[in-house]
Every structure is written in structure tokens, then in C-alpha cells.
Design a protein around this ligand. Sequence first.
Ligand SMILES: NC(=O)CC[C@H](N)C(=O)O
Length: 303
Amino acid sequence: MDYRVLLDDAMETARRSPDRGRVADYIPALAQADPTAFGMAIATVDGAVFGAGDWQHPFSIQSVSKLFTLALALAEGGDGLWAGVGREPSGNPFNSLVQLETEQGIPRNPFINAGALIVTDRLLKLTGDAVGAVRGFLQAESGNPEVGVDDSVASSEARHGHRNAAMAHFMASYGNLRNPVDSVLAHYYAHCAITASCRDLALAGLFLARHGIRADGSRLLSRSEAKRINAVLLTCGTYDAAGEFAYRVGLPGKSGVGGGILAVLPGRGTVCVWSPGLDAAGNSVLGVAALDALTTATGWSVF
Ligand SMILES: NC(=O)CC[C@H](N)C(=O)O
């Protein structure tokens, strides 16, 4: 199969979309992203990677980082994590506060902001450096030492992060944080502000396609843990649009407001796409359209 042709065709189909979405501007530093950027990469379980468009251009990974914090927190600390965060779709926007009070400070799932703050908190407790753990993992799996934190994005988000700070304090009031709120927020903003390309993320996500096995052949997660992360990605990875994403793409996937989406084909490989224009749920418009076109053309699906 010629993956480059598949990628070119999928991007071409997506470009026909009349709607390009809007670049996120609630974090001012993200508003500077080039709205015309568009790239896509496929990595296969044997570590080969193919790309098209701006696939080697680094972008702000934002919530795609939440997939890696979850995997690392489970690898370090095991199932205890699930006492503090659920595994149900929220049906609410990624930054919503509404369920936290009725559900006693326990967020619905690890991929909305409140849940990711809990996962970051646990990873910080387990490793002493949550952002260092995520960055180190991405560098090792992608083989790219340039993967790093964009401090200007992290500080821009910290200055405008009233909602995330509100959630963190609220959860702390229920005793659901193990570290000071300010440290949890700093690590959260920093891992969201990591920059990496479609190439880097496609390679870094391969452990989920390899049923828990890292690039060096070592095991990060058990087969069953990797399967379960894919299940939570499918049901919660694209927020209140997870149903639509499953319908159109049919793969577990994680999006971020930088415009990236990383999708997993268990046993086969990963696909990462990047285009900064977002829909109302915060998912890349051309990204979803390109994954839709690719999976429709190939039949790739977990169903
Ligand atoms: N959905 C996202 O990518 C959101 C991540 C962003 N850092 C935030 O907390 O708002």
C-alpha cells in the first residue's frame, strides 16, 4: 500500500471542505498559528513513518499530551489512578466545570481538562516531574531531541488560565489533589505547551498500536492497559464530539486545541494530522475530515 498516496488523497478530499474552522484564541499565543498549515503522517508498528504536507512542522500539542500523561501515570502508578478520575464521556465541553460539583470533585474522564489535571497531579507525585516525564517519553519514542516545551505558550496559558485554575482549586477542596494547585497547573500548562510534529506524535503513539510496547522493545503497559486506554480514547478523546468522531473516523483518537489529532489503529499503526482551524468542540476541522477520508478509503476501523 502506498501510504503517501493515501495521505495526499485524504488531504485533498479534506481541503474541499467549505468550513476551515477557527484557530483557538483563548490562549493568546495559540492565535498566532498559521491557519493554512496542514500536515499528516502515518507510522506503522515496525517504526516506518510516511508523511504529507506540513508533517514535519512542530506545533503546540495541547491536549494530545493528555494521552501520554495517562499512559505514563498508569505505567508508574497502576490502577489507583481511577479512584480520582472516571472513565465516562462527559458530553460537555473540554473545559466545563458543571459536573464537578455534583460529582464531588471527581472528573468524568482523563481527557477533559479537569481529569487531565488529576492525571498530571498523580504523575507529578509519582515522578517528581510530570512535564519532564512526558517530554522525555516523546523524545525517546520519536527519536527527536528537539521535542520540547514552548515557554511562551505555557506562560500565555498560565496568564489566561482562570478556568483551569478554578477547576484545580475546586478539586483540591474535595481533597482530590496530592500536590499544591500551583505546581499541578504549572506542569499541566507546560506539557500542553510541548511542540512536536505529526511525524513525532505518530511515532510516539505507536506504543498503543503495539499493545503497550515502546520503540526500544520494552513494555510500558500491559496489553490490557493499552487496550483500555484505546477504549477511553474512543469514548472520550475528542470531548463532546467523541460520538461523531467514532462515526466518521472509527478509531481511538486524541485531539488538542493546537489543531493536532493522533489516532490509533491497534495492531497496525497510528495516524497524526494537524490543521489549526477548530470546530465548536475544539477539534481540528480539516483534521477530522482528513481522517474521515483516509479511514473511509482504506476501511481502517476498530469496528
Ligand atoms: N482541548 C485542549 O487542547 C485544551 C488544552 C489547553 N491547554 C487548555 O487547558 O485549555
